[in-house]
Design a protein around this ligand. Structure first.
Ligand SMILES: Cc1cc2nc3c(=O)[nH]c(=O)nc-3n(C[C@H](O)[C@H](O)[C@H](O)COP(=O)(O)O)c2cc1C
Length: 404
């Protein structure tokens, strides 16, 4: 049997503790009051309500003086705070007389303050204001809205602030990264020798926490770039990282294919064929596309940031999927000319597991197949020597693993 809400006793501290276990975003709801002054309050109860018609909602306390001032405006603007705007939130939550002093903002189309640096803003008129307990439920009809910044929002949880961190494997990945960097140290001489000899960029790449990470790199190509690839990472997802699939730090075959997300059978078959080709050949090749450049580099840089957003992750996965045809082409005609993005060979430990990949990039365009084969042979020579060294060192000190 249900007790009527009014007759129920719930301890306030428990109510706050239980509800505080549910995280929220943080918004500043703003308007221009009847005196022409900007007003704003911190709101954690902001939510999306309806798409058709477009409605949002939030719950101000009945006692809020700021909300009382909002009554002087026919519209309001919801400002969604970014993860680096905790100080803005604290300023608005404080007893400061003028909450806008020293803050940069510009008017929204409806004339309400949009604070500089917010993730997004939503201009609304009042669809309804309903009294519920000690709060109102405000429903706002969306007038206009925009995304301002491609960055993570500020989060509020158990009365503390934080930010979204992607991936469940972060802690494990840190240990794996250190191990991979230690392994790459062993391969540094071979890597540098290849870069010097071929006047190209040579890198050691490892699988860490389901990503493919550049753990060492040496660039001796004439088109030397200021931005090093060191620390850059991409997801080990089709068509990327096939040499690692099934090995330590990398997804297995089914998981790798699963990372295509919703894909048609043709795409799945093409990815399986790609994986099979790499395993048969024992090496991996990716060709340069006609439209690659800054955009792709930027996507990789964003993905490599610890604080990447799920949107940035999805965009890189999509871009990689679209370029699948450039990876592991089935036919490599003898008389072809090849613009290589990279050429890669596996480095295995004594147990035959792929622990590193030796990768050649920043190569001159228009290479003949003979030239490609020579590059490949040189890479394989270094990889074989490196495998020998790794196996020998592990035999001497068999447990170089760090404690979890
Ligand atoms: C993270 C956070 C979330 C908040 N969410 C709300 C909310 O959803 N509704 C509300 O009325 N007050 C909320 N507040 C409190 C208000 O910011 C503020 O205390 C309220 O506007 C009362 O102050 P005033 O009388 O100066 O307006 C929140 C405060 C913080 C720090």
């Amino acid at each position: 049997m249900h007790t009527p809400t009014s007759a129920r006793q719930i301890d306030g501290a428990r109510f706050r503790a239980v509800l505080g276990s549910y995280p929220t975003g943080v918004a500043i709801v703003t308007c221009i009051d009847e005196h022409g002054l900007p007003a704003g309050m911190v709101i954690g109860t902001f939510t999306s309500v309806s798409l058709d018609p477009p409605l949002i909602g939030y719950l101000p306390m009945k006692t809020s003086r700021t909300f009382a001032r909002m009554g002087g405006s026919p519209s309001f603007c919801v400002n969604i705070l970014a993860a680096d705007q905790e100080s803005v939130c604290q300023h608005f939550a404080s007893a400061a007389e003028d909450k806008f002093a020293g803050l940069a903002w510009h008017p929204s189309p409806a004339g309400n303050p949009v604070l500089d640096g917010v993730v997004a803003w939503i201009d609304c008129d009042y669809a309804s204001v309903t009294e519920v307990g000690d709060h109102y439920i405000v429903l706002g009809g969306v007038l206009d809205m925009a995304l301002e910044r491609d960055t993570s929002p500020l989060l509020f949880f158990q009365r503390g602030y934080g930010r979204f961190t992607p991936g469940p494997l972060v802690a494990a990945a840190e240990r794996e990264t250190i191990e991979a960097v230690q392994l790459a140290e062993i391969g540094r001489d071979e890597m540098e020798a290849v870069a010097v000899e071929l006047e190209a960029e040579c890198s050691l790449v490892a699988a860490v926490g389901g990503d493919v990470v550049y753990v060492a790199t040496e660039n001796r190509s004439p088109d030397f770039r200021l931005r090093s690839r060191l620390g850059l990472r991409v997801p080990c997802a089709p068509p990327l990282g096939p040499l690692f699939v099934g090995g330590p730090g990398a997804p297995g075959d089914a998981e790798w294919i699963g990372r295509l997300g919703r894909a048609d059978q043709d795409t799945i078959d093409a990815s399986l064929a790609q994986l099979e080709r790499v395993r048969t050949r024992g090496w991996s090749i990716a060709l340069q596309g006609p439209d690659e450049g800054e955009n792709l580099e930027e996507m990789v840089a964003l993905y490599s940031d610890r604080h990447r957003t799920p949107g940035q992750e999805r965009r890189l996965l999509e871009a990689a999927k679209e370029r699948a045809g450039l990876h592991e082409p089935a036919d490599l005609p003898d008389d072809g000319r090849y613009d290589l993005r990279h050429l890669s060979v596996p480095v295995r430990d004594g147990a035959g597991r792929v622990v590193l990949v030796l990768r050649l990039s920043a190569l001159p365009p228009g290479a003949s197949l003979l030239q490609v084969r020579q590059w490949l042979a040189r890479l394989q020579q270094s990889a074989a020597r490196l495998e020998h060294t790794i196996t020998a060192r592990r035999a001497r000190s068999p447990a170089p693993r760090l404690r979890a």
